[in-house]
Structures are given as structure tokens and as C-alpha cells.
Design a protein around this ligand. Structure first.
Ligand SMILES: [Zn+2]
Length: 301
């Protein structure tokens, strides 16, 4: 009997111990974390709210920054919807019943020249067209954004500018065009952006790749992609000319043309190109030309 009592006593102690242990577990596992960690969680939430608040106030600051010098992009159309008719319009750019000039800059962007060109264009209120290289654009996305935000047309000059590479096949031309379109799109953060206009490195006509370029142009046309050459140039890619020589070359090649597409370059070493630019602009202004860019050709229906 004595032994049985002792056993019962042991059982009671065991059950009590289990209950105490269970309560302890519940306390440690469920209640304690709520008491101990909840304030921390709330603190975290508060911190992230504060961060969000800071981010929001940053956004507001950005929106409130004065940007009078940058035209509203709503005023120009953003994503040219290309049609075969518009591809033809680009092909017929050299015909016009009024005097107009398109300033175009190839081979950029570059940190040394592109910002200077943008500054001068801003000073004169002139909108230009930039045929950018994909390989340069991916280094300086902020310059592509600047070009776009200031109302210039960002068009496509391929990726590598290596003739042996881009003109190795028609597919290579299309690949370089497509890659560069994607890079421009990423630079601008606009999934819908399409330039739809290509400039062949070295120009479309002539040279030892003439046949291949013609076939590539036909393939691009099938994709509703236009290409654009030029009918006036400063010859800034043909040697180290001083600015006076560049201006003279421009005047000589402009001649008496009514609709002019000027070829210039904003690669890193084209210092005299931006030095000559004010005189280039003033020449066309003084001779009654209207400055246009590809938006003027491609906007509308
Ligand atoms: Zn080029």
C-alpha cells in the first residue's frame, strides 16, 4: 500500500511537471515572442515607413525641381508608330518645299563632346537627331536620357561600328540594330520605345559592302525600319580639322539645297565639332532654314 501511494505521488509530480513544462513552452514559444519581439517588429515597420516617407519626399523633391529648360515630352510624340508610308517619308527627306535642316550626330554618346553639344543646342533652342552606338549608350545611359529629355531624337547607329563585324552578314546588321534598340530602351527605361531609324556605319551607299547593305536595308524595310544618310557634312570624321575648316566644309556641301541633313559626330575626340557648332547653327539661321529633327518627319499618322 505504502509503495502504491508512493507511485501515485510520483505520478502526480510527473503530471504537474508536464503541465508546468507545457505552460513554460507555450509561454516561451507563443506569448514571450509576442511580448518580446512585437515592439521590434513594429519598430521595423515604422523604420520602413519612415524610409518610404523619405523616398516619397525624394520623389516630390524631384518633381518640384525646376526644369523649364527641358520641354515636356507630352508635347512631342514619344513612340513613333512606323508605317511603310513613314519609311518612305524618311527616304524622301531631301525633298521639301521650304528650307529645313536636320542636324545629326553619330558615334556617341561621349562624356567629353555630347554634353557640350547638348548645351549649345539648348542655347539655340535647336532639336537634333543623335544616331547612337549601342556600345557607347550602355556606358553612358544618362546621356541618352539627356538627349531624349531635351527633345532630341535618339536613333540607332548599330552596336559595334566595326565594318568587318556588322557587315559580315545581313543577320549581323539586324542583330546590331535590334541590340541597340534594346539598349536605348533600357537607358530610357521605356519598354515601348522604338527609334525605328537606322544609320548604316559609313553610310548606306557604296563601298565594298554595298550589296550587303542594300539587302540589309530591304530587310529593315520589311520590319518598318527606315534608314537615313546625309547630304551635307563638316567632314569631322575625315581628319583633325579646325573649326573654321569644318564650317567651310559644311557650307560647301550644303550648297543651295532646300532640305539638308548634316552629318556630324559626338565621339570623344570631336572637340572641334562642338567648337564649330554655333557657327553651323548661325549659318542655317541666317539663311532662313528651319531646324527639324526626326520627330517632325515621323509624328502624326
Ligand atoms: Zn559612324
Amino acid at each position: 500500500m505504502e509503495e502504491e501511494k508512493h507511485l501515485n505521488y510520483k505520478k502526480v509530480i510527473f503530471v504537474v511537471a508536464i503541465i508546468v513544462l507545457s505552460i513554460s513552452c507555450i509561454y516561451i514559444g507563443v506569448i514571450l515572442p509576442q511580448i518580446a519581439f512585437k515592439p521590434k517588429e513594429q519598430e521595423n515597420i515604422k523604420t520602413s515607413e519612415q524610409q518610404e516617407g523619405r523616398q516619397n519626399s525624394n520623389v516630390i523633391e524631384v518633381i518640384l525641381e525646376p526644369k523649364e529648360d527641358i520641354p515636356s515630352r507630352e508635347e512631342t510624340f514619344v513612340y513613333p508608330q512606323m508605317t511603310p508610308e513613314k519609311v518612305e517619308k524618311v527616304a524622301n527627306i531631301y525633298h521639301s518645299d521650304y528650307k529645313r535642316v536636320f542636324l545629326t550626330f553619330d558615334d556617341g554618346p561621349s562624356k567629353t563632346v555630347t554634353p557640350e553639344i547638348l548645351r549649345i543646342l539648348d542655347e539655340y533652342g535647336v532639336k537634333a537627331t543623335f544616331f547612337v552606338l549601342g556600345s557607347r549608350a550602355e556606358i553612358y545611359p544618362e546621356l541618352i536620357q539627356d538627349e531624349y529629355n531635351k527633345g532630341h531624337y535618339v536613333a540607332n547607329h548599330g552596336y559595334s561600328h566595326k565594318y568587318s563585324s556588322i557587315y559580315a552578314s545581313i543577320d549581323n546588321v539586324i542583330d546590331e540594330y535590334t541590340t541597340t534598340e534594346n539598349i536605348i530602351r533600357n537607358c530610357l527605361g521605356m519598354e515601348e520605345y522604338k527609334s525605328n531609324v537606322f544609320r548604316f556605319p559609313g553610310g548606306k551607299p557604296g563601298g565594298k559592302y554595298a550589296n550587303l547593305k542594300q539587302q540589309a536595308a530591304d530587310a529593315l524595310k520589311e520590319m518598318n525600319v527606315a534608314y537615313l544618310d546625309w547630304n551635307c557634312l563638316t567632314r569631322d570624321s575625315e581628319g583633325s580639322f579646325d573649326k573654321d575648316t569644318l564650317v567651310r566644309n559644311m557650307i560647301d556641301t550644303a550648297g543651295e539645297k532646300t532640305s539638308i541633313v548634316v552629318l556630324m559626330h559626338d565621339a570623344g575626340n570631336k572637340i572641334t565639332t562642338y567648337e564649330a557648332l554655333p557657327e553651323v547653327i548661325e549659318y542655317f539661321k541666317n539663311n532662313g532654314y528651319v531646324f527639324e529633327n526626326l520627330y517632325n518627319i515621323l509624328s502624326g499618322q
